[in-house]
Design a protein around this ligand. Structure first.
Ligand code: UFG
Length: 326
């Protein structure tokens, strides 16, 4: 019998791609999303859709009583690092209370497995690739909400036997054209914003700070293709049959500065892409690069699109065909 997966936040950028890959791997999928940020049209047709909020315990109770799920994948949550520093309450409510509500309702209804979208944002900045045992020290409220949720999962694991995988994504990027791509509202992420400049929708890209302790003074990140994130989720689901907890990084192990990302996008798009230097954005780490050896060893995970140029090319293809997003 097909396994049923409950995907909270499955109408979002990463959630919709993972949903599609789950369906291709023969899982049954229910997408649960309040559509506050997600796009209904990005949900694959073969998935069941329930409009709902992870803060709505009654709706979750009804949903879990109606259908038995083998596992949950939890994407739903706010993601904008900068916004989290201006409006922390929204982040603690949605990401911490929301995740807690979902976990508590799941456990009460006999669901024992969860794969959680955690983040590189839980770490303190470091100039060599991060391993899972490195210092935790979120630089933003966003990162802190992810860390708190990891800890909640860990305590549910120790006390009530919840099996969980916390996947610490580095910078998700790229698209799966023609269907799915990155279209946040508002958009705060570097690559889609750079591509909007190439499309003539913005005059320039602001470089948030050029005085960081990095080779060219701009922040360094590890960009990972959304399909490579998706394959890790499917492997993590399977791993939870054998082990009851797992925390691992997902990244390519290569850092690119903001300037290098813009330069690569210029090559891909063959547009000038005007960049101007602006003040630092609060909450940014200087350098976040993954050592993903653990995911490779334990999950047998291997990224298929590790090259930044290929990642940006896939995003560019999608953006050209969806200039207005979804
Ligand atoms: N940046 C700019 N100009 C912009 C937008 C971003 O210079 O207009 C810079 C940022 O300051 C940062 C880098 O580009 O140095 C990447 O910024 P993003 O907003 O694209 O991504 P973040 O690194 O802030 O955050 C992303 C995800 C988080 C995740 C984090 C992990 O949004 O969910 O990666 O590194 F936690």
């Amino acid at each position: 019998m097909k396994k049923r997966i409950f995907v909270a936040g499955g109408a979002g950028y990463i959630g919709s791609v993972v949903t599609n890959e789950l369906l291709k791997s023969n899982y049954q999928v229910t997408v649960y999303d309040n559509l506050s940020k997600g796009h209904k049209s990005s949900i694959p047709k073969n998935a069941k859709f329930i409009k709902g909020d992870i803060l709505d315990r009654r709706k979750l109770e009804r949903t879990f009583k109606e259908t038995r799920y083998d596992a949950i994948i939890l994407f739903a949550g706010r993601i904008e690092v900068g916004v989290s520093m201006e409006d922390p309450g929204v982040f603690y409510l949605n990401n911490v209370v929301g995740s807690f509500t979902l976990v508590e309702t799941a456990i009460a209804n006999g669901i024992k497995k969860i794969v959680f979208s955690s983040s590189a944002g839980v770490y303190a900045s470091k100039d060599t690739p991060l391993v899972e045992t490195d210092l935790i020290g979120p630089a933003s409220v966003y990162g802190h909400t992810k860390r708190i949720t990891e800890e909640v999962l860990s305590w549910y694991n120790k006390t009530l036997g919840l099996r969980y995988a916390a996947l610490r994504y580095f910078n998700a990027a790229g698209a799966t054209p023609p269907d799915r791509g990155e279209a946040h509202q508002p958009e705060t992420h570097l690559i889609p914003l750079v591509l909007q400049v190439a499309l003539g929708q913005r005059k320039n890209i602001k470089i948030f700070g050029n005085d960081y302790p990095t080779p060219d003074g701009t922040c360094v990140r590890d960009y990972i293709h959304v399909l490579d994130l998706a394959s890790a989720h499917i492997l993590a689901l399977k791993a939870l049959d054998k082990q009851d907890n797992l925390v691992c990084n997902l990244g390519n192990g290569e850092g690119y500065s903001v300037k290098e990302v813009i330069e690569t996008a210029r090559e891909v798009c063959k547009h000038e892409i005007k960049a101007i230097v602006a003040p630092r954005r609060p909450g940014d780490n200087a350098i976040l690069v993954a050592n993903a050896s653990k995911a490779k060893k334990i999950l047998g995970w291997k990224p298929n699109v590790p090259d930044l140029k290929d990642i940006i090319s896939s995003a560019w293809e999608w953006h050209k065909s969806h200039p207005k997003g979804y």
